[in-house]
Design a protein around this ligand. Structure first.
Ligand code: S3P
Length: 432
């Protein structure tokens, strides 16, 4: 258990930071590398608790990981796949549980997928249903939550699956299972959501085509090892973007940030609020677009966030609510019911956080209305959710008094070293 006390900003935030690497890309590189034939080299992977759990999960299948400085070498299980890995502890990581299920369910693997208290509350029928349509034998608990039991099935059949929601985890589970299907798989997405699986599969030798909203993957049981470089995570950068925007005189340079358009909703929304954020030194990092972000303090205005804006900003909405609380005017968010199915119920958790800091707001079933205005000090709860904890630390910068954030240990799942990175920019987060 770790609590934070964060004081209102004493001065501008300044500096150049290379924040930890992208969680989604790191999970995928470790999973595909762990399955492939040969040695995959992953440069600068995120090694937070979530992706460490992924490495262990792949080691249970026979992969071997070796870390040398910033480079993770993963020797894939290949033909030596261990088909009886037992119970896989997915910790707090929904991405691990859902993608792993897709990855193994057509490979003759029998296992049980379990996780922590938060993950044990999260919905898993969203993946077990399409995977069963493909012939997988996969069963969550009767209420649809983990543990999820997978029985050995040697191969799957083709599915043409229309995603009921814009979820990259569901999309990826079906595409990964499609590698083991007699005629591959087609997934159709209602709105674009993060496409790291689609970008990475061809790097490991799979054949994949996109045609508008349709994604087709061809059968390809054996993957070949690859070289992957992980850029910085825009979901982690989002806390520093909003922090710099809120504190007068601030200017930060955030290096090597993944600016894949399926992830940059936070930039679009912040710019619509009046944020000065420049993308410089645009380049590619393997299959992913990357840039350095220069963010300068800016007065913000309230904004309307609609359902179509949500998938590309899903993990950044908690900190965007903090930006809204510090903005002039009101912000209206709708079509964001998915926030209730994350590491915590993020609509409820943020409503409680805003209430504790005296911010006027109204919670709705699928969103929230926030009235910008003064933010007071107070005590807030992370609800065991990393992104709520960091949103609380950002709110403190613009508050009139200290904010105490309870239970922040979970920040290590996605953002190891958060307190040190914040300190390097002049943002003091006192942990106790
Ligand atoms: C993720 C997809 C998103 C996101 C999660 C990571 C991924 O979840 O919220 O943090 O890596 O595929 P959904 O696909 O459930 O929206």
């Amino acid at each position: 258990m770790s609590d934070w006390t964060v004081s209102p900003a004493a001065g501008p935030l300044r500096g150049e930071l290379r924040l930890p690497s992208d969680k989604s890309i790191s999970h995928r590189a470790i999973m595909l590398g762990g399955l492939a034939d040969g040695e995959t080299v992953i440069e600068q992977p995120l090694l937070g608790e979530d992706t460490r759990a992924t490495l262990k999960a792949m080691e249970a299948l026979g992969a071997k990981g070796a870390l040398e400085g910033n480079v993770l070498r993963v020797t894939g299980a290949g033909a030596e796949l261990n088909r009886a890995p037992g119970t896989i502890d997915c910790g707090n990581a929904g991405t691990l549980m859902r993608l792993y299920a897709g990855l193994v369910c057509g490979r003759g693997v029998a296992c049980t997928l379990d996780g922590d208290e938060s993950l044990r509350r999260r919905p898993m029928r969203r993946i077990s249903e399409p995977l069963k349509e493909m012939g997988a034998r996969i069963e969550p608990q009767p209420d649809g939550t983990p543990p999820v039991r997978i029985e050995a099935v040697e191969s799957l059949r083709r599915v043409e699956y229309v995603l009921p929601k814009a979820s990259a985890q569901i999309k990826s589970a079906v595409l990964l299972a499609g590698l083991c299907a007699d005629a591959g798989a087609r997934v159709t997405e209602p709105l674009p959501c993060r496409d790291h699986t689609e970008l990475m599969l061809p790097v490991f030798g799979a054949e994949l085509k996109r045609d508008g909203a349709h994604i087709d993957v061809a059968p390809c049981k054996s993957l070949r090892a690859a070289h992957v470089e992980a850029p910085a995570d825009i979901s982690s950068a989002a806390f520093f973007l909003v922090a710099a925007l809120l504190v007068p005189g601030s200017e930060l340079l955030l290096k090597d940030v993944c600016v894949n358009p399926t992830r940059t909703g936070v930039l679009k929304i912040l710019r619509a609020m009046g944020a000065d954020i420049a993308e410089v030194n645009a380049r590619r990092c393997g299959a992913e677009p990357v840039a350095d972000l220069v963010v300068k303090h800016s007065p913000l205005q309230g904004v309307a966030i609609e359902a179509a804006d949500v998938p590309a900003a899903i993990d950044e909405l908690p900190v965007l609510f903090v930006a809204a609380a510090a903005a002039a005017g009101s912000t209206r968010v709708r079509g964001a019911a998915e926030l209730r199915a994350k590491e915590s119920d993020r609509l409820a958790a943020m409503a409680q956080l805003l209430a504790a800091l005296g911010v006027k707001h109204a919670e709705h079933e699928d969103g929230i209305d926030i009235e910008g205005g003064p933010i007071s000090g107070g005590a807030v709860a992370s609800q065991g959710d990393h992104r709520i904890a960091m949103a609380g630390a950002v709110a403190a910068l613009a508050a009139s008094d200290k904010v105490r954030v309870a239970d922040c240990a979970n920040v290590a799942t996605s953002f190891p070293g958060f307190v040190d990175h914040a300190a390097a920019a002049g943002w003091e987060v006192a942990a106790s």
